[in-house]
Design a protein around this ligand. Structure first.
Ligand code: THU
Length: 159
């Protein structure tokens, strides 16, 4: 029977991260403070590192018409690509702060963001590693965005 498997990295805390990944996760953690989440109170921060070293952050921006709100990942990636359309993306980090204040394990991107990140990776023509962590505690590093979206739909299907 065909089986889908992928390998990811797990760390007990941020100490084992590379310098770039630690820097990026710190930016994502800090970005949660700027989130506009008056309805859910769930603050998400994301940070994108470009190949030129620039770090662009984003956060969730909710709306009174709930579906109109945007997730942190898409806000950060849209900003990064708009500011540096010719630059490759080196990595993406995601963090969060819930109303309870308990943020000690990773939270994963929603399905819509996985689809968005997947196409950013196609456009990037290089893998986008994703660093996931709360404000403290366990960290997960996924080597390629595609691992979060098996059998993805993409531009190839419309060709
Ligand atoms: N949210 C994100 O920003 N990213 C995700 O991947 C999951 C959910 C936001 C959307 C909404 O503002 C809040 O978290 C609660 O769902």
């Amino acid at each position: 029977m065909p089986t889908y498997q992928f390998t990811y990295h797990e760390h007990v805390n941020d100490k084992a991260l590379s310098g770039d990944h630690f820097h990026l996760l710190t930016a994502a953690r800090n970005a949660t403070e700027s989130a506009y989440a008056p309805y859910s109170g769930f603050r998400v921060g994301a940070a994108v590192m470009m190949n030129n070293g620039e770090v662009i952050t984003g956060f969730n921006i909710e709306n009174a018409s709930y579906p109109v709100g945007i997730c942190a990942e898409r806000a950060a990636l849209a900003s990064a690509i708009s500011q540096f359309p010719e630059e490759g993306i080196r990595a993406l980090a995601i963090s969060y702060m819930p109303p309870s204040g308990e943020s000690s394990k990773p939270a994963f991107p929603c399905g819509m963001c996985r689809q968005f990140i997947s196409e950013c990776e196609d456009r990037n023509q290089a893998k986008i590693p994703i660093i996931l962590g709360g404000q403290q505690g366990k960290i997960i590093v996924i080597e390629t965005a595609k691992d979060l979206l098996p059998f993805s739909f993409g531009g190839k299907d419309l060709a």
